[in-house]
Design a protein around this ligand. Sequence first.
Ligand SMILES: [Fe+2]
Ligand SMILES: [Fe+2]
Length: 135
Amino acid sequence: MALIEWTDDLNLGIPTIDGQHQVLVALINDLHCAMLERRDRAIMSRIFGELVDFTKDHFATEEALFHEHGYPAETAHRDEHRHLAQRVIDLKEDFDAGNTAVTLEVMRFLRDWLTKHILQADHEFAPFLVSRGVT
Ligand SMILES: [Fe+2]
Ligand SMILES: [Fe+2]
């Protein structure tokens, strides 16, 4: 069973953003599978790298939409993105330096790291962007 099951409450109703969130879920699930299958560190590092890169791309997509449409809570949301991105960058650097392993605790952290942001902060902007016709 996947670590994160895609459920309807994760949907914002904005296909561009929902699709990117599904990629992030898939990458975290891939890392979880690699942990369960005891894959070697190079494979886990590659998935971690993809997660870092796609996280940056995804946050940039949301921030460009906030800017384009004048989302009132843009600054607070952008600050939360900076904080979240740094957490995953730090985790990957610790892993690459050999200071940490990918454990169930790390995986649970990543699950909550993503889903709490989608369920709270991202759900707050959804009605605004939908009302502006973003799809
Ligand atoms: Fe998001
Ligand atoms: Fe966000």
